[in-house]
Each structure stands twice: as C-alpha cells, then as structure tokens.
Design a protein around this ligand. Sequence first.
Ligand SMILES: *[C@@H]1O[C@H](CO)[C@@H](O)[C@H](O)[C@H]1NC(C)=O
Ligand SMILES: *[C@@H]1O[C@H](CO)[C@@H](O)[C@H](O)[C@H]1NC(C)=O
Ligand SMILES: *[C@@H]1O[C@H](CO)[C@@H](O)[C@H](O)[C@H]1NC(C)=O
Length: 299
Amino acid sequence: MGVVVLFVLTFQIFLGTVIRGDQSGTTHVTIDDNLGTLASTYAPKVWLAKDEDYNPSSVGFHLENVKVYDGATSYSSTPSTLSTCSENCYMSSNQPLEHASATLPFFSGEQVGPSQQPPVYAVVKRINETATDILYWMFYPYNRGKNVCIGLHIFGVCIGGYSTFGNHVGDWEYATMRLVDGQPHQLFVSSHDFGGIYDWDAASQTYKKGEDAIQTEGTHPILYSALGSHGLWSTPGSHVYKDMPAIIDDLRDETSNGTAWDTWRNVTFTMYRPDGGYTGSWAWLNFKGRWGNRKAIKF
Ligand SMILES: *[C@@H]1O[C@H](CO)[C@@H](O)[C@H](O)[C@H]1NC(C)=O
Ligand SMILES: *[C@@H]1O[C@H](CO)[C@@H](O)[C@H](O)[C@H]1NC(C)=O
Ligand SMILES: *[C@@H]1O[C@H](CO)[C@@H](O)[C@H](O)[C@H]1NC(C)=O
C-alpha cells in the first residue's frame, strides 16, 4: 500500500502537477508548479506563408544586428543587458537602410525546421485562483509592408503609382491562451489593428468565434502568419484587414501553409510582472522603446 502511495506521489511530482479532489468529486489542477509544461502544451503551430522571405528569430539574433539609440548615445546590447530605456529609444540596423524598401540579410531571420527553430516567448499571467493567461510572443526582425496602388485603377492598371505601407524593422506578434482550471478556455489572436476572442469548443476540438474556427493539432492551436507582415489568422487564404477608400487598394493579408513553425519545440517562459523588473535572460522585456529603425513608415 505504502509503495503505491509513494508511486502516485512521485508520478505527480514528475508531472509537476498537484491534483486535488473537491467536494463535488471533480478534480482541479493547480497550475503553479507546471507552468512550463502548460506553456509547451498549448504553444501554437504557426504556419509561415509560402514564399515567406522574412522568418522569425530570437531576440538575441536581432540584437546582434542592431544598435540601441538613446538620445545622443548608441550602444550594442544582448537580451540580458538591454536596458529599460524610454519610449523615445529605438533600435537601428548596424548597416544603414538606403531607402524605405531596402532590405538587409538579417531580415530573413533564423532557420525554421523540425530540429531547429527560433524560440517563442511565453509570459504566464495569473488572473485569479482558477484562470491563467499565457501570452505567446513571437518576434520577426522585419515586417514587409504592402505595395498599394495610391492612384486610380483603370482597366486593371494602376495609374498614379504604388506606395509601400508598413515596412518596418522589428515586428512583434502575439496570441494569448486563457486557461481555466488548467484547461483551454479562450484564445485571443491579434491581427493588425483588431483582435479576436475564440472560445474553446471541446466537441469539435477547435476555438470558435461565430463561424470562424481555429483548428488544433493535438493540444496546439493552428495559426497562420501572413506573408511579410506576420499578422495571425485562423485560416489560410486572402484576408482584407483594412478597407481603403474606393480608389485605393484594400490592404490584404495572404496566409498559407508554407513552413510549420512548431513553437512548442522551443518555448521559453517566465511569470508576468506587473511592475516590469524582468531580470537575467528576460531583461529585454523591460525595454520601452521601438524595436526598429526610427524612420519606419507606420501605417
Ligand atoms: C531555441 O532558441 C535558442 C535561442 O535562439 C537557440 O539557441 C536554440 O538552439 C533553440 N533550440 C532549438 C531546439 O531550436
Ligand atoms: C477568474 O477570472 C475569470 C476570467 O476573467 C472569470 O471568468 C472567473 O469568474 C474568475 N474566477 C474567480 C474565482 O474569480
Ligand atoms: C496545405 O495546403 C494544401 C492546399 O493548398 C493542402 O492540400 C494540404 O493538405 C495542406 N497541408 C497541410 C499539412 O495542412
């Protein structure tokens, strides 16, 4: 008997999970001890688009290729030495960008494959006794904007020229998983200037917002990263995200199943701190400035 109890205890410690029964006979999982496991369990599968030239990277990779500008001073940094700085601080590529559409080699990010891929940064935030949010932050060194006709379309030809909107260095995207009692509850997906809350539907094993559904692969939600700009969507296809005045093209995101970024293969996590004060390899989270060149065209 003693042996059995010991085995059960060891098994639970191994999982890092404490399971306790309550009066109604159901079990609850207290999640303090297994946050790392949960962060991996629910980390998304992100499909990078076909023909994507601008892959994700680690923060460290980006910092090797930029300097931090703080007023009159500039300096190199690493994830653990990046200072809090102010909102006026920014990063700028070590090599200059000659014009708004110029690119540099590091814009292509890091390798994304089955054995090697950039990390996803999970920030775990306790909401209350039962609810926990896991914010999955994904970084890309470069956001490629859109070529939009700013003139008139006449018989399918753009008269008046194209302009590129939204090219910028340093591109953060995120999705938030809300767990209740250690189980999936909702997924919040950000895409450009809007986001959406998707509710977990156990019957279909998907996250649903009306007719829209985010599929899963095992425990992992499947998201699609838009070509160049990396906004996250629930499905492959062509998505209009900003209705432009009639004479101007719509801004569209194109998503497809190009390269699988199985983010659970490289999840690094930390607890959310309301007061900043991240330390060690997470010190970069305190940075208040921009992650890219100052002259970026913001749209
Ligand atoms: C995870 O990311 C880190 C930081 O970039 C990298 O050093 C490591 O090789 C990556 N691990 C895998 C398995 O891809
Ligand atoms: C915890 O927070 C969730 C999400 O806001 C809410 O639905 C739930 O009622 C809260 N539970 C308690 C015990 O406060
Ligand atoms: C990728 O998309 C194609 C259609 O474009 C589809 O036939 C294929 O099954 C998809 N593959 C995966 C792994 O989702």
